[in-house]
Ligand binder design. Structure first.
Ligand code: ASP
Length: 483
């Protein structure tokens, strides 16, 4: 049976088998020390010439070779104890060695944080980059955070439901990734910008408490801390008001920090709440950083921002929604919305959650009647037929007893990067895209065969032909924001 390196401390005096990668090697006189790394940590292996065959093979070992060894676990002499290692009090005197797999000389060191290594190199050899302790910890904590949220919501009665990845292109605010249909020539699916419409329709279906760890795909330029795809803890509930969703999420986050990041301090509980106008006036930002001490890496300043204007003017002077066309107006503005009056004053039942100056989530109470939805789309300039064509399914569903409902989505990548004190969300994503949108390891995007193109009825234009007019610059709506 194979033991993990970390487990060997409980087996002093015994003969055990361990496996892993050669992390480093040092020759002290005639004695060869190898630090063996597995997912649990490091174990020091000792090879001496008293075992000539094993010793000879061991001398050939190089960084990142994969080996299996057997030997006795012994307590290290007192002066050799390494207090920095969990296994620092023991070592293995190896008497059997098998090389399982050799490695080329790695293009960069796996020890250390790796921030100094060129990003292209880290991305190309991501499987090596992920071997470093920092990256491993980021992935482990990501797993724990997502699991905590899932378990928490499960206890609260939510059920996780998967919604389709192939869906309909709708003007939700961002640019869609589109997928050509083979069976329906000239038609396209879109990858979801979020499960927004499905999760609302699930409320009409009587689910009442939906959740999903959902991937959201948006074809926007990868400025700053953004990726084409990001992960949300997405949820939706029936028969609720703003307060219900906000207190659920606030308690979830407080418990998450207490359980998984006990060394971190939440600056203020309950989380302070700011109305949008107030946030803009006082901080000139709708995601203010309220930390009293910005040098403290363990300080978490959460806050809620509420009372967002429903609409704003775009560059062309037309009305557009600020967050989400599916939001409800606050009750006192319902009449104005239905009558399409005082549009600039209408406030949405929207709430954003902010952490240390980053928007880590947002949601709203939704409009649950066809009239509200129609009004919103009319205000932003849709003709009746267009509304029907784009959102007919929502209007139809809302005619069959749609409960009042609302929800929120938390941005897992952002939350993790803040909790792990990482500047960039790429550090907490196993296989992110590079700044120009490529997967440098898989070499995606890539060309496809002419047969594949034919099957989906697509012809690639030659460079001259494809001088299409530059796409209109769009200001990403909140719905399209990477969280
Ligand atoms: N679907 C929204 C978003 O992705 C979140 C929500 O309102 O629930 O931003």
């Amino acid at each position: 049976m194979r033991f993990l390196n970390r487990e060997t401390i409980k087996h002093i005096g015994e003969k055990v088998k361990v496996c892993g990668w050669v992390n480093s090697r040092r020759l002290h006189g005639k004695i060869l020390f190898i630090d063996l790394r597995d997912r649990s940590g490091i174990l020091q292996l000792v090879f001496t010439p008293s075992q000539p065959t094993v010793y000879q093979t061991a001398l050939e070992l190089r960084s990142e070779w994969v080996i299996e060894v057997e030997g006795q676990i012994l307590k290290r002499p007192a002066q050799m104890v390494n207090p920095k290692l969990e296994t620092g009090e023991v070592e293995m005197i190896v008497d059997k060695l098998t090389v399982l797999s050799k490695s080329l000389n790695p293009p960069f060191s796996i020890e250390g944080d790796g921030y100094e290594i060129r990003e292209e190199l880290r991305m190309k050899y991501r499987y090596l980059d992920l071997r470093r302790e920092r990256m491993k910890q980021n992935l482990i904590m990501r797993h724990k955070v997502v699991k905590f949220m899932r378990d928490y919501l499960d206890k609260e009665g939510f059920i996780e439901i998967e919604t389709p990845l192939l869906t309909k292109s709708t003007p939700e605010g961002s640019r869609d990734f589109i997928v050509p249909s083979r069976l329906h020539p000239g038609k396209f699916y879109a990858l979801p910008q979020s499960p927004q419409q499905y999760k609302q329709i699930l409320q009409v279906a009587g689910i009442e408490k939906y959740m999903q760890v959902a991937r959201c795909l948006r074809d926007e330029d990868l400025r700053g801390n953004r990726q084409f795809e990001h992960t949300q803890m997405d949820l939706e509930m029936s028969f609720v008001q703003e307060e219900d969703v906000m207190s659920l999420i606030e308690n979830l986050l407080i418990n998450l920090v207490k359980n998984l990041y006990p060394h971190k301090k939440i600056q203020e509980i309950p989380f302070p709440r700011l109305r949008w106008q107030e946030a803009m006036k006082r901080y000139n930002s709708d995601k203010p950083d309220l930390r009293r001490d910005k040098n403290d890496p363990n300080l978490l300043a959460f806050c809620w921002v509420t009372d967002f204007p429903f609409f704003e003017k775009d560059e062309e002077g037309k009305w557009t929604f600020t967050h989400n066309p599916f939001s409800a107006p606050k009750v006192e503005y319902k009449k104005d919305l239905l009558e399409k009056k005082n549009i600039e004053k209408i406030i949405a039942a929207q709430y954003d959650i902010v952490l240390n100056g980053a928007e880590i989530g947002g949601g709203s109470i939704r409009g649950n009647t066809p009239e509200i939805l129609e009004s919103v789309f009319e205000i932003i300039g849709y003709r009746k037929e267009e509304i029907k064509e784009q959102f007919g399914h929502m209007l139809a569903a809302f005619q069959y007893g749609a409960p009042p409902h609302g929800g929120i989505a938390l941005g897992i990548d952002r939350i993790l990067s803040i909790l792990q004190n990482e500047e960039d969300i790429r550090e907490v994503i196993a296989f992110p895209k590079s700044g120009d949108g490529r997967d440098l390891m898989m070499n995606a995007p890539s060309e496809v065969s002419s047969q594949q193109l034919k099957e989906v009825h697509i012809r690639i234009l030659k460079e001259k032909e494809s001088k299409a007019p530059k796409p209109k610059k769009r200001k990403p709506k909140k719905l399209s924001k990477k969280k």
